[in-house]
Design a protein around this ligand. Structure first.
Ligand code: MLT
Length: 312
């Protein structure tokens, strides 16, 4: 027959390559996480899982593209905390993070690091605070646009210091890192999945990690509290989504495959080398992701409003 019943289609799923949209540039932190997970999911699903980078507008362009995509299980989105900050930052977001997507599961939580070009004068977080307070907008700060994790971290950092720096937006922190390495930009706050190897190699300076404790792969990098900034904790959670209305049997198959991928040895080892870890199987579920999203939309709505940042 030419037309298969939906349940039959779900039973055979997947019969063609799956695309996971990353709403930031190639070579950046979201891309790194996604490529590792996609390779392991591909093995499990017996189909190619292709990563497509759709950068721009702080991740909202790629997310909007998946919200509008056919809900047949062949176009997915891997996005991070930006799914929950965008509603507070954009006056007219072209999608609803809750109603336009089917959550598949949480993926990982990544610490952030405050970093700078190698020859930036401040040596410690205390020095950096003093330097930023003194030089304000003469300090250039890279981020991946409004709605990016790097933008959220910068916003909180500037709020903590009560100072503004000059923000320079990129389509992802992959290209921002290239400019930081080249010395064209002073500093940024970015996920360890993008900064660990450069810090370890001494190619960039690191002032702090945003976790309550220091992390294993960067034992010499102090916490924000150690450096004098209290109550500054940030972990960038990532989730996998399908467009709303995707067949529940397909979502279930994808959740199962995500869990297999997160239990994969190569994925776990690569994540560990980058200062992160896969979430547990209980967290790699639609319910856990739905709950996280809802809580975080409420939290960041309040924090962003309290920081005096208006939606644009
Ligand atoms: C990226 O993948 O480029 C980052 O996650 C951007 C960001 O959110 O800072």
């Amino acid at each position: 027959t030419a037309l298969a019943a939906p349940s039959v289609m779900a039973q055979d799923y997947p019969t063609q390559p799956i695309t996971i949209v990353v709403p930031f540039s190639a070579g950046g932190p979201t891309d790194t996480v996604t490529r590792l997970v996609a390779a392991a999911m591909s093995e499990d699903l017996g189909q190619q899982v292709v990563v497509q980078n759709v950068g721009g507008a702080g991740g909202t362009l790629g997310a909007g593209q998946v919200a509008a995509a056919t809900n047949d299980g062949y176009t997915l989105l891997l996005h991070h905390i930006g799914m929950s900050t965008a509603p507070a930052l954009y006056a007219s977001l072209p999608y609803d993070p809750i109603t336009d997507f089917e959550p598949i599961g949480l993926v990982t939580e990544v610490p952030m690091t405050i970093v700078a070009r190698k020859d930036f004068e401040p040596e410690t977080l205390e020095d950096l605070i003093a330097h930023v307070k003194e030089n304000g907008e003469n300090v250039t700060y890279a981020n991946a646009g409004i709605g990016a994790a790097s933008q959220l971290c910068g916003l909180l950092f500037m709020d903590a210091l009560d100072t503004r720096m000059t923000e320079v937006p990129y389509q992802g922190t992959g290209p921002a890192m290239t400019d930081l390495l080249g010395g064209q930009i002073d500093m940024m706050c970015d996920q360890t999945t993008n900064t660990t190897s450069q810090i370890q190699a001494g190619e960039i300076k690191a002032y702090a990690v945003t976790t309550p404790e220091r992390i294993d792969v960067l034992p010499d990098v102090p916490t924000m509290a150690e450096g004098g900034i209290e109550d500054f904790e940030l972990a960038i959670w990532h989730g996998l989504y399908a467009p709303a209305g995707t067949d529940p049997a397909i979502v279930e198959r994808l959740t199962q495959s995500l869990q297999v991928a997160l239990a994969n040895e190569t994925v776990a080892t690569s994540f560990a080398d980058l200062g992160t870890a896969p979430v547990t199987a209980e967290e790699a579920t639609p319910d856990a992701l739905a709950q996280r999203l809802e809580e975080q939309i409420a939290l960041w709505g309040e924090v962003i409003a309290a920081a005096g940042v208006a939606a644009q």
